[in-house]
Design a protein around this ligand. Structure first.
Ligand SMILES: [Zn+2]
Length: 257
């Protein structure tokens, strides 16, 4: 997929940066179990209240050289990384979706949930039900209302993904796969349907294996180390969603003579 540089895409990217900044707040407050709406933003280390200059996505991080203005402690890379990723994914959503406002809104919403789950699982080896369950319900309702005739397909994709991960969960007694991943698979099936979910699952395990090999070769972890799997499931699913047809075309070119 080509990503042309246009004012419109730039605008969507900046919008994504702002949403990403909000997602960082959501993640932080999930960690602290604070309410989503009340309370001003403050430095997580020194608790100093932040002013608007400290809260500009990405730019504040660069401008402050990655350090808090008040206590000079390091600001986590999570903040600019989440903002940039949200910006890029939002641009991809607008490029990949035919001009259909409802499906664009649906994808912006679900992808935002997936970014929160990605970071939360990466940091805490846990997928918060508070985030996952609403996303499952919304994606189920969206497909049931707007793609009624394809509902069988989405249910099947969900059942395949969920069943496959559940089997791994049961066989390994929860060692290779958490139950949160099994629940997440329901959402991913509703999101990309069949047969795309097969590519999504394949890519998830492929990315996981590559990172595992890299980490093991640097002796960062052994075979038994715990690696959260939701980030790979999300990465694999989003890759299949945005680039699925390109990947399949690329793959099948090797079979045409
Ligand atoms: Zn501080």
């Amino acid at each position: 997929m080509e990503v042309p540089f246009t004012i419109f895409n730039l605008f969507i990217f900046l919008f994504g940066l702002c949403v990403g900044s909000f997602l960082n707040v959501v993640i932080f407050r999930l960690e602290k179990e604070e309410s989503f709406v009340t309370g001003r933003s403050h430095c997580p280390k020194c608790r100093h209240q932040l002013i608007w200059l400290d809260l500009i996505p990405v730019f504040s991080f660069l401008f402050l050289k990655g350090k808090c203005r008040y206590c000079s402690q390091k600001i986590s890379w999570q903040y600019p990384a989440v903002e940039m990723a949200t910006g890029l994914l939002f641009v991809l959503i607008f490029l990949a979706t035919p001009y259909n406002l409802i499906s664009i809104l649906f994808l912006l919403y679900i992808v935002s949930f997936l970014i929160v789950i990605f970071i939360y699982d990466l940091k805490h080896y846990l997928i918060p039900d508070k985030i996952l369950f609403p996303a499952i319900i919304i994606s189920f309702l969206y497909q049931a209302i707007f793609h009624t005739s394809a509902m069988g397909n989405y249910l099947m994709a969900s059942a395949i993904a969920c069943g496959f991960l559940l089997a791994i969960f049961l066989v390994s007694k929860g060692q290779w796969m958490g139950f949160g991943d099994v629940k997440l698979a329901i959402l991913l099936g509703f999101l990309i349907g069949f047969p795309n979910i097969l590519l999504g699952l394949f890519l998830s395990f492929f990315f996981g294996a590559i990172l595992g090999i890299i980490l093991m070769s640097f002796k960062k972890c052994g075979l038994k180390s715990e690696i959260p799997f939701a980030p790979f499931l999300i990465l694999g699913t989003l890759t299949a969603m945005f680039f699925g047809s390109e990947i399949i075309q690329w793959y099948f070119q090797f079979f045409t003579f």
